[in-house]
Ligand binder design. Structure first.
Ligand SMILES: [Zn+2]
Ligand SMILES: [Zn+2]
Length: 131
């Protein structure tokens, strides 16, 4: 399936993805849990397929390799970008179009929080794995 629309909670940022997206990957690393407040999850798309508009988009360099895009007005956690990959990860919770897929991988499970259980039968990776 291709063609997805989404927006942040306040609506100041809207985006479209005109190409396909990948699997839903849930990341349990400390930084994702801090940035999202719980567990971050995302689907990847090609940068060329992603069109974003809105003046409140802000980027935080969460490491030397990656930045996270969020709405400076409402705080919605929207994007994760590993530099120089040509791809952006988009939070499934801000995509309005049905994704018709569920979490396919848990990554960085070695850093998972103690406030939930990984109780599904989805593959778990201690570190990154292919995201
Ligand atoms: Zn917003
Ligand atoms: Zn993470």
């Amino acid at each position: 399936m291709t063609g997805f629309n989404g927006r942040c909670a306040c609506g100041a940022i809207v985006f479209t993805i005109t190409g396909p997206v990948g699997d839903v990957v849930a990341c349990h690393c400390r930084t994702c849990r801090r940035a999202s407040g719980f567990v971050w999850a995302a689907v990847e798309c090609a940068d060329r397929d992603l069109s974003i508009s809105g003046d409140t988009l802000a980027w935080w360099a969460s490491s030397e390799q990656a930045s996270r895009g969020f709405c400076a007005a409402c705080g919605s956690s929207l994007f994760f970008k590993l530099h120089e990959t040509g791809r952006t990860s988009v939070a499934p919770g801000v995509i309005d179009t049905p994704l018709t897929r569920t979490v396919a991988r848990h990554i960085f499970c070695a850093e998972a929080g103690d406030y939930y259980r990984l109780a599904d039968d989805v593959p778990q990776h201690a570190a990154g794995g292919a995201a």
